[in-house]
Design a protein around this ligand. Structure first.
Ligand SMILES: Nc1ncnc2c1ncn2[C@@H]1O[C@H](COP(=O)(O)OP(=O)(O)O)[C@@H](O)[C@H]1O
Ligand SMILES: [Mg+2]
Length: 303
């Protein structure tokens, strides 16, 4: 379980962050960063490095391992601390709040600024092997692809998708991104999976979600991880979130992924509300979305 690093932020000193970012730099080249490299990477004296290493290790921000040499690496908490520090320095956020949700691959917290935002730390990336190989020079240690790298990639992908989609599609407004963290508008509402819709609401809500999928396609994106867990329902409509796996519509598998997204949604609605949702032709829905002609699932329901 990842500890919330926020309470530590007050105790950390500027030079602790020099050390942490020195280790971060070293991790581009090897999994464990040798102690001798740290004065150079962090621009601190050797004595100060030793002092800061102990402080950061005591706080769970780094890990130590002795093989042929003494090496160090950041923990998730250390990486979280670096991202938070940057976001605070940029004045994107000023206070950390309570957890909003723990997802499959992330931790999401409320953060405060001039209004409440959500901060999502990516914990792992969907590892696109080809993409990693392309940027292999990232690490000299050939087989070493750090979790920092895949988590940062996932955050960048999600942030880019949100920027491309907002405001034409109902997604959280993107605010800022650093390392594996994104800051976005905090959405009020209940996840679709935890909502009990009244009979008269079922098809209208299903239509709203499908229209967002269609609007995203018009903007050039397929979500590729659509499910009842990635949709918020509120009185004023629906919001689709969790976009790190999104692919552009000119991607070779885009239409296949779109069909799978629609299947997931329709499958969920049919299982949960069998009396309200009839047989829908999934392929026809996907075709209509691709053609820009989707309006309602009613068009594709067998009587
Ligand atoms: N913008 C947001 N506003 C409020 N809660 C959010 C927001 N984004 C995510 N959450 C909460 O955090 C949980 C995990 O986020 P999600 O983006 O789905 O990540 P994962 O990839 O881990 O599933 C969600 O199920 C939701 O409850
Ligand atoms: Mg999710």
């Amino acid at each position: 379980m990842v500890e919330n690093v926020a309470p530590l932020m007050r105790e950390l000193e500027p030079e602790d962050f020099y050390l942490l970012s020195g280790i971060e730099q070293g991790m581009r080249f090897s999994e464990w960063v040798a102690r001798e490299k740290l004065p150079e990477f962090s621009r601190l004296t050797a004595e100060n490095v030793d002092y800061r290493l102990d402080r950061c290790e005591d706080r769970g921000l780094i890990e130590r391992k002795t093989i042929q040499y003494q090496g160090f690496k950041l923990t998730f908490e250390g990486y979280d601390a670096l991202a938070l520090h940057t976001l605070i320095e940029r004045e994107t956020i000023d206070a950390f709040g309570s957890p909003l949700g723990v997802g499959k691959e992330s931790d999401v917290y409320e953060v405060r600024s001039y209004k409440p935002f959500a901060l999502k730390f990516h914990r792992e990336g969907y590892t696109n092997f080809r993409e990693v190989m392309k940027e292999r020079e990232y690490t000299a240690d050939r087989d070493h692809v750090s979790w920092q790298y895949t988590a940062r990639k996932a955050a960048e992908r999600e942030y880019d998708a949100l920027e491309g989609l907002y405001p034409d599609v109902s997604v959280p407004r993107p605010i800022d991104q650093n390392r594996h963290a994104i800051v976005m508008e905090r959405i009020d509402g209940t996840e679709l999976s935890r909502t009990k819709l009244e009979p008269g609401q079922v098809v209208p809500i299903l239509d709203l979600v499908c229209r967002e999928v269609a609007a995203a396609y018009d903007e050039g994106y397929v979500h590729a991880d659509m499910s009842e867990y990635n949709v918020f329902v509120a009185d004023d409509g629906v919001t689709v979130f969790d976009w790190p796996q999104a692919v552009p519509t000119d991607h070779e598998n885009a239409d296949e992924l779109l069909t799978r997204d629609i299947e997931n949604l329709l499958g969920y609605f049919k299982r949960k509300y069998p009396n309200d949702v009839g047989e829908v032709d999934t392929d026809a829905v996907a075709d209509a979305i691709v053609a820009g002609e989707f309006d309602s699932v009613a068009q594709f329901t067998a009587e």
